[in-house]
Design a protein around this ligand. Structure first.
Ligand code: MN
Length: 339
């Protein structure tokens, strides 16, 4: 068992990027505060409990959130699980941090209350009202972001708990937390939560999809690289500046699509996906025109979420074209602002 205290230095290096010296010092103080608060506590895996709060703060940092949120993430379990009080946190780190920690603690309470009310699985309506309640009671969206990072780390380390708990936590993740991530537009978190949850809920299906994806990775990558090169040339010729990336299809979204469209694995494995990032909405439509001129598009696969954004403010154009060798390529076009 390695104590995080030994790793504070390395951890601090990672988290300091792009921050001012005074912020770095505050984070360092909070790191030592968290270590002292959680001293002697261990997780089910046997490692020091405080490793969890360090990991959550690192995820918060990766999302590009401000220093108070990173500090609140370090302290997010301290009021609930240790003798530390909100007043102490306010004195040491300011009211903003104590307010955030308070919000995360309250979300925890609502969730536990709901767990006791519900059976094994929340019904849809109930999950929906729980999500609404959580959003309504926190007046600061950063609280929900910390909670999502907390859940993400718990999902990443879910292998350490027993199977019953794995299923329960994974189900709750799909019913409550990935929809919250979707609602807030934190796609990276949403996808990872979904894939991790799916892995515990349907382990056999998850493994079979993951294996088949891995088998075809090399040929798929070559195909995508060539498609991207052609598309880049086409866009540059027309004066559209774009960044094009191959896009990993997420296992849960593949599964969902199979269910929704009643397709076989094989039909979906061959779907390749790229994302085109441009500077302006006008360029989105220019790029779309160029893509549809160069490759035949599939009528039923076109969605314009720029003209008609989704409720969660998702703005992107989706299309699918018949690429080289008759293979379908899904294309998403959006501005750099939307990640
Ligand atoms: Mn936690």
């Amino acid at each position: 068992m390695e104590l995080p205290a030994d790793h504070v230095f390395a951890w601090m290096e990672g988290i300091s990027a792009g921050r001012e010296q005074k912020d770095i010092l505050r984070i360092e103080k909070a790191a030592h505060f968290a270590i002292a608060a959680h001293e002697g506590q261990v997780r089910t895996s046997g490692e020091a409990y405080v490793n969890h709060t360090f990991a959550v703060a690192a995820i918060v940092h990766e999302l590009g959130l401000d220093t108070d949120v990173v500090i609140a993430a370090l302290l997010h379990d301290s009021v609930e699980d240790t003798p530390v009080t909100l007043e102490q946190i306010a004195v040491e780190f300011g009211n903003d941090v104590s307010h955030l920690v308070d919000g995360v603690t309250k979300m925890e309470v609502i969730q536990e209350f709901a767990d006791h009310q519900g059976g094994k699985s929340q019904q849809d309506a109930k999950a929906e009202s729980l999500r609404k309640m959580m959003l309504a009671m926190v007046d600061d969206v950063r609280v929900v972001l910390i909670k999502l990072c907390d859940r993400l780390h718990n999902m990443r380390t879910l292998g350490a708990v027993n199977i019953d708990k794995q299923k329960r936590v994974a189900t709750e993740t799909l019913e409550i937390f990935s929809p919250l991530a979707n609602r807030l537009g934190v796609w990276q978190v949403k996808w990872e939560l979904e894939d991790l949850a799916f892995r515990y809920i349907e382990p056999d299906i998850y493994k079979s999809i993951a294996n088949k994806l891995a088998e075809r990775r090399v040929t798929r990558q070559q195909f995508i690289d060539e498609f991207i090169a052609d598309l880049q040339t086409g866009l540059t010729d027309q004066g559209v500046k774009a960044e094009i990336k191959g896009r990993v299809k997420h296992i849960y979204s593949i599964w969902n699509k199979m269910q929704k469209k009643d397709l076989e694995f094989e039909q979906l494995f061959d779907v390749r996906a790229v994302r085109v990032l441009v500077d302006s909405v006008q360029d989105c439509y220019a790029a779309l025109g160029i893509i549809h001129t160069n490759w035949k598009y599939i009528a039923g696969e076109f969605d314009d979420y720029i003209a008609t954004p989704k409720e969660n403010n998702y703005r992107s154009i989706h299309t699918a074209v018949i690429g080289p060798n008759g293979k379908v390529v899904e294309v998403q076009i959006r501005t750099h602002e939307i990640n």
